[in-house]
Design a protein. Structure first.
Length: 234
């Protein structure tokens, strides 16, 4: 059973303090919002680099009892997640633009005013269609890419310099446990978690969507921990 350590209390304190700064200190939240509007890709890089990597640290804590350990590769993981954050931001733009056109091609015409504010069936349908198309088309590619980069980081011992070396993609693809990837990561987490979660994401104002997606990256870390446990137990 996982025991609470003093470092856990420090992590919780830092997390709550950071959230408190946004909620209490005047102007901080508005500054974040403005920066997110002006520099959406830069902020996406930073948010995923911090939050999604923190999710992996939590996964490591669950599986090993430590937030960090030799070979984990904190900086390479942050760099990879930042780059993935750029792809995710681009995917949000692509599918948020394309999904309404798909619906229109199927004869479903949406009222532009109805999908901009308030909770309505049309807005819910649009958010669901964006989430569904993105998770069916883009999510498996993203998850596989993350698995490849994560394996490469492990193979080079977590070294930042080693992580910059050429990736033997063919070899890593042969190493991946596709039973876990398909039966758990793809078949279960995509329809039962990611599609509903991203439906909520696309109901939010545009400037908050990537932030919420990055928060979900923490959840991804926990999912990775569960997947790792399943691999050990299988």
């Amino acid at each position: 059973m996982l025991k609470i350590k003093s470092i856990d209390l420090r992590v919780i304190t830092v997390f709550c303090a950071t959230a408190g700064i946004f909620a209490i200190v005047p102007g901080v939240f508005e500054t974040y919002r403005q920066l997110n509007i002006e520099y959406p890709y830069l902020l996406s890089f930073v948010k995923f680099a911090l939050l999604a990597t923190f999710g992996e640290c939590m996964a490591l804590r669950i599986t090993t009892g430590n937030y960090l350990q030799p070979g984990f590769g904190l900086l390479p993981k942050m760099l990879v997640w930042g780059m993935l954050g750029l792809l995710i931001k681009a995917a949000f733009v692509i599918f948020a633009t394309g999904a309404p056109n798909v619906l229109a091609s199927l004869g479903v015409q949406l009222n532009p005013d109805a999908i901009r504010s308030g909770l309505s069936f049309q807005r819910l349908l649009l958010a669901f269609s964006i989430s569904l198309t993105m998770n069916l088309i883009f999510a498996p590619v993203l998850m596989t890419l993350h698995k490849i980069t994560d394996t490469h980081i492990r193979q080079v011992g977590g070294s930042l310099r080693g992580s910059m070396s050429a990736i033997d993609i063919a070899s890593i693809l042969r190493e991946i446990d596709w039973s876990v990837m398909w039966n758990f990561v793809f078949k279960k987490t995509i329809p039962f978690f990611w599609v509903p979660a991203h439906t909520i994401t696309f109901l939010l104002p545009a400037e908050f969507q990537v932030f919420f997606a990055a928060i979900l990256g923490v959840t991804l870390g926990l999912i990775l921990a569960i997947a790792a446990e399943r691999k050990v137990c299988s």
